[in-house]
Design a protein around this ligand. Structure first.
Ligand SMILES: NC(=O)c1ccc[n+]([C@@H]2O[C@H](COP(=O)([O-])OP(=O)(O)OC[C@H]3O[C@@H](n4cnc5c(N)ncnc54)[C@H](O)[C@@H]3O)[C@@H](O)[C@H]2O)c1
Length: 342
C-alpha cells in the first residue's frame, strides 16, 4: 500500500496499452519517480509490444489480476470510456491510487460513483487531461496570475477536426453506449477542461448546447458540438468540437478574452494580444518542450507526488465530476432544446 513514507519510485500498473497507455508509461519513466511494474490488456500483441518497449516485468490479460498484484501501488486506467468506472472503482477498492484517462466517465452518475469510491477507499483518484501540464499552459497560468490580461471574462475553447473520426479497438469510439458521446466527450473535453482550469475552475451554473449527428454513416455519436457554459461568477466559456466539419482547416486552441488583453493557447504555442486606439499588438511567447511528452511527464510526476502527499493533485476527482456535469449538461440541453441548470 502506498503511503507518504513508501521509499523508492512509485510502482505503477498500466491498464490499457493503446496510445494513451503508452504515453502514461513514457511519462512515468521520464519522471524518474515511478516504475511501470505491470500491464493489463486483452490484446496479446499489444501486450507483448508494450512490455518490450517499456521493459514491463508482469503482463495480464485481465486487469483484475493486475489489481490483485501487491507489487502494484497505483494504476493508470487507459481503457475505453465505458470501462473507466468499473476499472477505477475496482482499483480503488483494491487499495490502488488511480490516474484515469479522459473523459472522466460515460455519465455524471459514474463520475460521482468513482469519486465516492476514492473517498471510501482513502485513495487518490486523479484524471488525465494532460494539456493542463503543457509548458504553454504553465506560461499562460503565470501571466493570468500576474493579472497580465486584466479581468478575463470569457473563453472560447475550440477543437474542430474537418475529418477525423477516431477508430478505437472494437469501434467503441463511435458507439454512444460505450463512448458516452462523440466529438464533445472525446476532444471537446480537452479544450473545455483547459478553459475551465485556467479560469480557476468556477462553478458551472447553466449550459446551452447543440450537438449534431449529421454523418450517421461515420458515427452514431455527435460529429459536432457547440455550447455555452455559464459560471456562477458571471463568466462563461464557449465550446466547439467536431470530428467532421466543413471548414477550411482543423482548429485547436483556447481563446481568453480579458479587459487588458487576450490570449490564444495551443498545444505548443501561446500568443498574447492587446487592442486600443494606438493599434493592436501580438506577442508570441517563446516556449520549449514540444507535445505531448513534457505534458505526460509532468502529469505523471504530479500524480506520484500527490500520492506521496508532497503536492496537491492538479485534476482531482471533484474536477472530473464537474467536467462530467458540464458535458452531460450539453447533451441534455440539446435533447431538451433549451438552456439547462446544472
Ligand atoms: N489523453 C489523451 O490525449 C487521449 C488520447 C487518446 C485516447 N484517450 C482516452 O484513453 C482511453 C483509451 O483510448 P484508446 O485510444 O487507447 O482506445 P483503444 O481502443 O485504442 O485502446 C484501448 C486498449 O484497451 C484494451 N482493452 C479494452 N478492453 C479491455 C479490458 N476489458 N481489459 C483489458 N484491456 C482492455 C484494448 O485491447 C486496447 O489495447 C479512452 O478513454 C480515450 O478517451 C486519451
Amino acid at each position: 500500500m502506498a503511503t507518504a513514507t513508501t521509499p523508492g519510485p512509485l510502482r505503477v500498473g498500466v491498464i490499457g496499452a493503446g496510445w494513451p497507455g503508452e504515453r502514461h508509461a513514457e511519462g512515468y519513466l521520464a519522471s524518474g519517480e515511478a516504475r511501470v511494474v505491470a500491464l493489463a490488456d486483452l490484446d496479446p500483441a499489444r501486450r507483448a509490444a508494450f512490455a518490450r518497449q517499456f521493459d514491463v516485468p508482469e503482463t495480464y490479460a485481465d486487469y483484475r489480476e493486475l489489481l490483485a498484484d501487491p507489487a502494484v501501488e497505483a494504476v493508470s486506467v487507459a481503457l475505453p470510456n465505458f470501462l473507466h468506472r468499473e476499472a477505477a472503482v475496482a482499483a480503488l477498492e483494491a487499495g490502488k491510487h488511480v490516474l484515469c484517462e479522459k473523459p472522466p466517465a460515460v455519465t455524471l452518475a459514474e463520475a460521482e460513483a468513482m469519486a465516492a469510491a476514492a473517498e471510501r477507499a482513502g485513495r487518490l483518484l486523479v484524471y488525465a487531461v494532460q494539456r493542463r501540464f503543457n509548458p504553454a499552459t504553465e506560461a499562460l497560468r503565470e501571466r493570468l496570475a500576474a493579472g497580465l490580461l486584466g479581468e478575463v471574462y470569457h473563453a472560447r475553447a475550440v477543437w474542430t477536426r474537418t475529418w477525423g473520426v477516431p477508430r478505437g479497438a472494437g469501434g467503441w469510439f463511435t458507439d454512444p453506449a460505450r463512448s458516452g458521446g462523440g466529438a464533445l466527450i472525446d476532444i471537446g473535453v480537452h479544450v473545455l477542461d483547459l478553459a475551465w482550469f485556467l479560469l480557476g475552475c468556477p462553478a458551472p451554473r447553466t449550459v446551452s448546447g447543440q450537438v449534431f449527428n449529421k454523418f450517421p454513416e461515420l458515427t452514431a455519436c455527435d460529429d459536432s458540438a457547440f455550447a455555452l457554459v455559464r459560471f456562477a461568477d458571471g463568466r462563461g466559456v464557449q465550446v466547439e468540437a467536431s470530428w467532421v466539419l466543413a471548414q477550411e482547416a482543423d482548429q485547436m486552441g483556447v481563446h481568453f478574452y480579458g479587459t487588458a488583453g487576450g490570449a490564444l493557447l495551443g498545444n505548443t504555442s501561446l500568443d498574447l494580444f492587446t487592442v486600443g486606439e494606438a493599434g493592436r499588438t501580438r506577442t508570441s511567447v517563446a516556449l520549449g518542450g514540444g507535445y505531448p511528452a513534457p505534458a505526460f511527464t509532468a502529469q505523471a510526476r504530479n500524480f506520484v507526488r500527490a500520492v506521496r502527499g508532497a503536492e496537491p493533485p492538479r485534476t482531482p476527482a471533484a474536477h472530473g465530476v464537474r467536467l462530467m456535469a458540464m458535458l452531460e449538461g450539453i447533451y441534455r440541453s440539446t435533447r431538451e432544446g433549451r438552456e439547462v441548470a446544472l
